[in-house]
Design a binder for this molecule. Structure first.
Ligand SMILES: Nc1nc2c(c(=O)[nH]1)N[C@H]1C(S)=C(S)[C@@H](COP(=O)(O)OP(=O)(O)OC[C@H]3O[C@@H](n4cnc5c(=O)[nH]c(N)nc54)[C@H](O)[C@@H]3O)O[C@H]1N2
Ligand SMILES: Nc1nc2c(c(=O)[nH]1)N[C@H]1C(S)=C(S)[C@@H](COP(=O)(O)OP(=O)(O)OC[C@H]3O[C@@H](n4cnc5c(=O)[nH]c(N)nc54)[C@H](O)[C@@H]3O)O[C@H]1N2
Ligand SMILES: [Mo]
Length: 765
């Protein structure tokens, strides 16, 4: 079934090209336009002033670092949107649910659903009337606990979206394991799981090695597939500083993303008034979707050629001592690079040898290089190779484990990295299970649990009987939506812990509960007084967050309380699992975390308000390689094309994109300001040459159909054909609307991260 077209009335549909910089007045207008008067109130301003500052609250949007020395406004356009979204005065009450059947709500858009505002009371789905009805917390917990006791623990999934705090995440994982499974997939499985698997394998640490100060000390930055202007806008400040210091910034991205082209700092009165802007990227290469392995192969080829040349003068470009002392697999990698011909590199990357060599020259000349990346590398069938290739490139010149160098995946959700740190993982080998056994006196399961793709496969196969969602919008974020939604309904139980209504709450198991929680900006009062929680940012720094606002409804509970109450209602009392005591004082949960992970979290309560956070360390940064070989590993890629399918006549590579007006499945509005797309999300972006080549015309409405070779019909649309600067054969359209087109089997080979950045499609006029 095709996606329902957007029928909400919003601004006049307009798709124009935006020539201004990122930031600037546009970012302020972007906030006002969505929130109107709601944003210009003393309480909203007061809340925003506390955002990302010591003893304030940590932004609920992205995971970008919170610097020790902060600006007056340490928030960005999209951070403000995320905060205001949580602070909204709208309420989605039992009256709303009484007025609409679930079947009716299923035809609403994501935008319309979340527009109803904050959920206020626990609700139970009543299948007889197809409506959610209010229920008491006690009733919900008792019914869920009883149902869990009837099910096989291995058939229950405990999903989390990367927003929940370290304290909540730790308890949630403990609950799942005490109940009896390691089925703990999280949003990371659709996001940077490729990073966690690839970096762990090749450098022995599954997270980035860069810290904030490295940005100040590097000589060059290489950017692959990360849209800073929309997705981590506060990163534009250090980028602007680097650009102003004369640090070359080389970008590879099929789309000319505004934030990586130029930036006007909205916090600088002079820049705002004069409209002056800083160019960001010194080189911008519009690589083909999936072309990065080939690009990096080309860069490495140039490095070897430059090294050959330097040797004739008794010098080296390669860091030979580093390679000898710290790496393995160099010879095989060198042989592969030398044997790969330029024409193949050009064809696979869509870039010319000359363009790649221009970038490579900067790499050769710079002493200290940082490589930064996002979903453009991770969400591909050969995403693992993308990340491993980037590490290869850095290793050649010893660019890991020195100040001003390193690999920097820009993580998504505000605590997605931290959740993995404190035990949310389906992989038992990543969790200190012996320690947990010692601490809590139960025997945690040792078998592998299900990740996101495996959970979906289990649901399709009817093996999964119950699903818990700690935040997020799983049904909307996963691939293969149509088949998934149908299979979903045969589960016995679905439980969603959430702040706002979304589609995942409408696709229900036979029994379904909607449990509303407080948000991070809200005061969390418990028996021992007001509580704080903690988060880990993209640079592995951990900091405390205190909510101040009055909760949206008196009936809301904290996520920690909800998780603890579920555990109490499910399991027989165990003197070592003191759920109630932990809820009364979150400092006790931090003590438990410190006991399980002493190296990272010793003196947790004392250190949690360190300005800028406390660093939990990274072995690869110290050049200690916790890999199988004991060294940093060079990897020979299996293929030069990350897409994992061949081009064919009429087949396009679809990029599923985020707009500047959304946070994942939360749609704030219909302005993708920096790409000049206004008033609609139902667009198909295509190069003018491809539009002509396909015999289409601008403004024509078309559908996309899946071109995966599995015979399954998948369709999305209608979409308006819109000319856009993209490489040949590559088309773009928005996530999550396009998710019905992504086959469940289309994922990174190693980490199973869905390959949402090059999906094979055809156009149906
Ligand atoms: N405002 C806002 N902030 C967010 C989010 C949000 O939705 N809205 N989401 C959060 C989350 S969970 C995450 S994971 C991050 C996501 O942040 P990003 O990692 O920036 O992810 P995307 O927006 O999906 O964009 C990926 C970029 O990669 C480019 N790209 C696509 N394919 C390729 C390719 O094959 N090669 C190269 N070199 N580039 C490619 C795209 O053009 C795009 O610019 O942002 C987080 N922050
Ligand atoms: N095609 C395609 N698919 C993708 C992607 C892509 O680029 N392309 N990106 C993938 C990525 S990177 C990610 S991270 C996933 C995102 O997948 P998810 O993390 O599952 O989705 P979100 O949209 O972030 O979840 C939004 C919901 O979270 C709930 N929420 C918000 N705040 C809170 C809170 O404080 N507590 C609780 N309990 N709930 C809260 C609200 O109800 C809101 O509706 O999607 C993935 N799917
Ligand atoms: Mo993400």
């Amino acid at each position: 079934m095709a996606e329902r077209n957007n029928t909400v009335t919003h601004d006049e549909e307009r798709t124009v090209h935006y020539d201004g910089p990122a930031g600037g007045w546009g970012s302020l207008r972007g906030i006002s336009r969505i929130f109107g008067k709601e944003w210009d109130t003393p309480t909203a301003i007061e809340t925003l002033m506390r955002q990302n500052k010591p003893r304030g609250f940590m932004c609920v949007s992205c995971s970008w670092a919170k610097p020790a020395t902060y600006h007056t406004f340490e928030f960005c356009e999209n951070g403000a949107k995320a905060t205001l979204w949580e602070l909204t005065t709208r309420r989605c009450t039992p009256d709303f649910f009484a007025a609409h059947t679930v079947t009716e709500l299923l035809s609403w858009t994501d935008y319309e659903l979340e527009q109803q505002g904050r959920l206020t009371q626990p609700m139970r789905y009543d299948g007889a009337i197809d409506k959610y009805v209010p229920c008491s917390w006690d009733e919900a917990f008792a019914a869920i606990g009883a149902q869990l006791n009837r099910l096989d623990p291995k058939s229950v999934i405990f999903y989390s979206s990367g927003r929940a705090s370290l304290e909540t995440s730790y308890l949630y994982a403990l609950f799942a394991r005490a109940y009896g499974c390691n089925n703990l997939p999280d949003s990371s499985n659709m996001c940077h799981e490729t990073t966690s698997v690839a970096l762990k394998k090749v450098i022995g640490a599954g997270v980035g090695t860069v810290v904030f100060d490295d940005l100040k000390n590097c000589d060059a930055m290489f950017f692959f597939g990360q849209n800073t202007g929309s997705n981590s806008p506060r990163f534009l400040h250090p980028l602007q500083e680097a650009a102003q210091r004369g640090v070359p910034i080389v970008t590879f991205n099929p789309v000319r993303e505004k934030g990586l082209v130029a930036f006007t700092n909205p916090q600088s009165p002079t820049e705002m008034l004069t409209g002056s802007e800083t160019p960001i990227s010194t080189q911008y290469h519009q690589v083909k979707l999936g072309g990065d392995i080939a690009v990096i192969m080309g860069i490495c080829k140039y490095v070897f050629a430059a090294d050959d040349e330097a040797k004739t003068q008794g010098k080296r470009v390669l860091d030979a001592p580093f390679i000898a002392q710290h790496t393995s697999g160099f010879e095989a990698f060198e042989a592969k690079v030398r044997a790969t011909p330029w024409p193949e590199i050009e064809e696979r990357s869509g870039l010319s040898q000359g363009a790649i060599e221009r970038a490579a020259r900067i790499y050769v000349q710079a002493d200290r290089v940082i490589a930064i990346y996002g979903m453009g590398l991770t969400q591909h069938v050969h995403g693992f190779e993308n990340v491993a290739m980037l590490v290869n490139m850095l290793l050649l010149k010893g660019n890991i484990g020195r100040d001003g160098t390193g690999i920097s995946p820009v993580r998504g959700h505000s605590n997605v990295q931290g959740q993995r740190t404190v035990g949310i993982s389906e992989k038992p080998e990543l969790v200190p299970l012996d320690k947990i056994q010692q601490q809590f006196g139960f025997d945690p399961p040792r078998d592998k649990g299900m990740n996101t793709v495996e959970a979906c496969e289990g649901i399709l196969a009817g093996k999964v009987k119950a699903f818990f969602g700690l935040g997020g919008n799983f049904v909307r974020a996963i691939p293969e939506r149509e088949a998934m939604e149908n299979a979903w309904r045969s589960m016995e139980l679905t439980v969603q812990i959430a702040t706002k209504l979304n589609r995942s709450h409408l696709v229900n198991g036979k029994a379904a509960y909607l449990l509303p929680c407080r948000g991070r900006t809200e005061e969390d009062m418990q028996a021992s007084g007001p509580q704080a929680v903690t988060m880990e940012d993209t640079f592995s720094c951990i900091q405390g967050s205190i909510g101040m606002r009055q909760p949206a409804s008196e009936h809301l509970k904290s996520e920690i309380d909800i998780v603890a109450s579920l555990a109490e209602a499910t399991m027989a009392p165990n003197p070592k699992l003191r759920w109630r005591e932990w809820v009364s004082d979150y400092a006790r949960i931090r003590d438990l975390i410190a006991e399980t992970y002493p190296d990272e979290f010793h003196d947790f309560n004392a250190r949690m308000f360190t300005p800028g956070g406390f660093y939990r360390g990274n072995s690869a940064r110290e050049r200690i390689w916790k890999t199988k070989s004991g060294q940093a590993d060079f990897t020979v890629p299996e293929t030069l094309d990350a897409a994992g399918f061949d081009d064919a006549p009429g087949r396009y590579r679809l990029l599923t994109m985020r707009s500047n007006d959304q946070f994942n499945t939360t749609i704030y509005g219909f302005s993708d300001r920096m790409r000049g797309i206004e008033g609609t999300r139902q667009v198909l972006l295509m190069s003018p040459a491809d539009i002509a080549g396909a015999g289409l015309s601008e403004g024509q409405m078309v559908f996309l159909v899946s071109d995966a070779e599995d015979g399954i019909h998948r369709e999305a649309g209608p979409l308006k054909v819109t000319p856009f600067d993209l490489p040949a054969g590559c088309v773009g359209a928005y996530y999550p609307e396009m998710n019905p087109l992504v086959p469940l089997s289309h994922h990174d080979c190693q980490s199973k991260t869905p390959a949402s950045k090059s999906v094979p499609v055809r156009i149906k006029a």
